[in-house]
Design a protein around this ligand. Structure first.
Ligand SMILES: NC(=O)c1ccc[n+]([C@@H]2O[C@H](COP(=O)([O-])OP(=O)(O)OC[C@H]3O[C@@H](n4cnc5c(N)ncnc54)[C@H](O)[C@@H]3O)[C@@H](O)[C@H]2O)c1
Length: 250
């Protein structure tokens, strides 16, 4: 990963933060971006001189332009883009407001679209884009209508981009995490969930860590995946593999 310039969105913490840490440990130049400036600056400082922080609201087209131009000027043209910024909400569709629905689509899907376009413009010598969808973008989940629609959309967009950018040497893949221990799952929307029962429903019977997702992202960013584009890589402890028939309790 030396000589590789990586832009990670939503990298002040969570999965994006772990990704920035892993790439930095491999010698990459990393641009942490987020809207949480204080946490982003802190994280960049902790990770050392090859890690920089820039404010980038993924829903703002001008921010994408500013950060990719800034990277060019600094002699660090983006080679790998990880679109990790996102948020979740839980509500039945009938209780989801138009504003909430549009908010989810804007952040999770439009943000990814703008990132893909910015990457396509900046990656003149090829590159890799890794978009973070979700297990909930693979399995429809009651209560996650707006979130699920945005994350199914991320997978569709990624596959179209993979097809359209393959001849320019730009690979586009999606990572679909299951339940990962970050701020997102600690939100009040999920406070009523029976987490223990949920964990028992995961074949591996545990939640994942941000670093386990980061390792999948690293694979899709580097030469080890040089013939891989347009895939969804599930990092979900086996949940999407299928269902088990319940047995009678004795
Ligand atoms: N944690 C999970 O269980 C899980 C599961 C599946 C998918 N995901 C996806 O992984 C991605 C990362 O989530 P996480 O778990 O690390 O959550 P997180 O809340 O820890 O991190 C999300 C980051 O995005 C940033 N952000 C929010 N709005 C932004 C904007 N407009 N522009 C730029 N940054 C913005 C936040 O400040 C935060 O740092 C999300 O796309 C999420 O949907 C997470």
């Amino acid at each position: 990963m030396r000589e590789v310039n990586v832009l990670v969105t939503g990298a002040s913490g969570g999965i994006g933060g772990a990704t920035a840490e892993l790439f930095a440990s491999k010698g990459a130049t990393v641009y942490i971006t987020d809207i949480d400036d204080a946490a982003g600056e802190r994280r960049a400082h902790e990770l050392g001189p090859t890690v920089h922080y820039r404010r980038l609201d993924v829903t703002a087209e001008s921010d994408w332009q500013a950060v990719t131009s800034d990277m060019d000027r600094a002699g660090h043209p983006v080679r790998v883009l990880v679109n990790s910024a996102g948020a979740a909400m839980k509500a039945p569709l009938t209780q989801t407001t138009l504003q909430q629905f549009r908010g989810m689509i804007d952040l999770n899907l439009v943000g990814t679209f703008l990132g893909l376009r910015a990457a396509a413009a900046a990656m003149v010598n090829g590159g890799a884009v890794i978009n973070i969808s979700s297990l909930r973008g693979v399995l429809a989940t009651a209560g996650l209508g707006a979130y699920g629609a945005s994350k199914f959309g991320v997978r569709a967009l990624s596959k179209v981009a993979a097809l359209e950018l393959a001849d320019r040497g730009i690979r586009v893949n999606t990572v679909c995490p299951g339940s990962i221990d970050t701020e997102i799952t600690a939100s009040s929307d999920f406070a009523a969930d029976d987490v223990e029962a949920y964990v028992q429903s995961i074949p591996m019977k545990r939640r994942g860590s941000p670093m386990e997702v980061a390792k999948a992202i690293l694979f899709l960013a580097g030469d080890d995946s040089s013939y891989v584009t347009g895939i969804d890589l599930l990092v979900d402890g086996g949940t999407a593999a299928g269902v088990r028939t319940p047995e009678k309790q004795t």
